[in-house]
Design a protein around this ligand. Structure first.
Ligand SMILES: NC(=O)c1ccc[n+]([C@@H]2O[C@H](COP(=O)([O-])OP(=O)(O)OC[C@H]3O[C@@H](n4cnc5c(N)ncnc54)[C@H](OP(=O)(O)O)[C@@H]3O)[C@@H](O)[C@H]2O)c1
Length: 305
């Protein structure tokens, strides 16, 4: 199958592309950066240079492909619309990347929220996730217009991507802050819990969804969960730091880690990927986040010599 994939130079997109190539698919991959073209080609991806705002280009690439996987940006309505319009009536698959941030709360690290979401939940969507939620709804509705439209909401993804962008956001920025300052920190008390999933298992889910998911399907991707304070404690141990994890007020943490902090590091985002397991036979294998920090890829890369 010929797949047009956006975000080919990114963390998720690179992993999905490598997985699809391994399955024998052909992948054309969108990037904005001409300087990544040679490296993408070396991975076996046919590079397409362009921006998500280039809607005619997106439509042409979508029509030329047998399926589309959109990983570049979960909050870009015009790109999603251009891809979907191009596929309308074709019966082709469109796999859209969203995220479990949709169910995030405003905990600022202060508590563990007992509410756990699955594909049947109707979450109170976080204010900063309203655009993303609207796009997800629009994507799923395209099943009625002859698109095999699928939404994947990964939780916190960890592990090394085999693509050009090795690292995700959440765990690596916690590690970098702790290493650079010598003090491991979390937002507030760090009692907030995020579900998580390994990048290889995430890529497996995309491949399964592309092959088998029904039109109009939503999937959460998760394989375990952890309170931020526990993850940060593991990070401190991995780095050999003597100082125990320290709380950071949300405003100070946001000034350091940026505007994604309240959702990405301060909220609860607890989900269960029941549908992927039940309908696609998705069987995530890890390694677990705890193992990645204790002995796995993070430990091998970040532990002081
Ligand atoms: N990583 C996670 O844990 C996670 C979990 C759930 C959801 N998500 C969501 O999934 C999406 C991708 O995440 P990621 O971790 O793969 O991010 P990433 O590593 O930054 O990759 C995104 C890629 O998309 C491309 N891109 C961004 N804006 C673009 C634009 N306007 N036009 C063309 N290309 C554009 C960039 O490629 P170029 O710079 O090469 O153009 C970038 O390499 C994001 O929306 C993120 O919120 C991520």
């Amino acid at each position: 199958m010929h797949v047009f994939l956006t975000g080919a130079a990114g963390y998720i997109g690179g992993a999905v592309a490598v997985r699809l190539l391994r399955d024998g698919h052909r992948v054309s991959g969108l990037t904005r950066r001409a300087d990544t073209v040679a490296a993408l080609a070396a991975l076996g991806i046919d590079p397409v240079v362009g921006d998500l705002d280039a809607t005619d280009l997106l439509a042409d690439c979508a029509r030329a492909a047998d399926a589309v996987v959109h990983t570049a940006e979960a909050n870009h309505p015009t790109a999603a619309r251009a891809l979907l319009d191009a596929l309308a009536g074709s019966g082709k698959a469109y796999v859209h990347t969203s995220g479990s941030g949709i169910v995030a709360d405003h905990a600022a690290g202060a508590y563990c929220n007992p509410r756990i979401h699955d594909e049947n939940s109707v979450p109170d969507v976080h204010a900063s996730m309203q655009v993303r939620d609207g796009i997800d709804r629009a994507v799923l509705a395209e099943a009625a217009r002859g698109v095999r439209s699928i939404v994947i909401r990964p939780s916190l993804i960890y592990g090394d991507s085999p693509g050009l962008h090795r690292d995700s956001f959440q765990v690596p920025v916690l590690i970098a802050q702790a290493r650079d300052s010598g003090v491991p920190r979390h937002v507030g008390a760090g009692l907030n819990v995020w579900s998580h999933v390994h990048i290889d298992d995430t890529a497996d889910l995309y491949a399964l969804a592309l092959d088998h998911a029904r039109a109009g399907s939503l999937f959460y991707a998760e394989h375990g969960e952890a309170a931020m304070v526990d993850t940060v404690e593991r990070i401190g141990r991995m780095l050999g730091l003597d100082t125990p994890p320290q709380p950071w007020p949300l405003d100070v943490a946001t000034a350091y880690w940026g505007p994604r902090t309240p959702v990405a590091l301060g909220s609860n985002s607890r989900v269960r990927g029941r549908r992927a397991r039940a309908e696609l036979g998705w069987a995530p294998r890890g390694p677990s986040l705890a193992d990645a920090l204790a002995t796995g890829t993070y430990a091998q890369r970040w532990r002081p010599a």
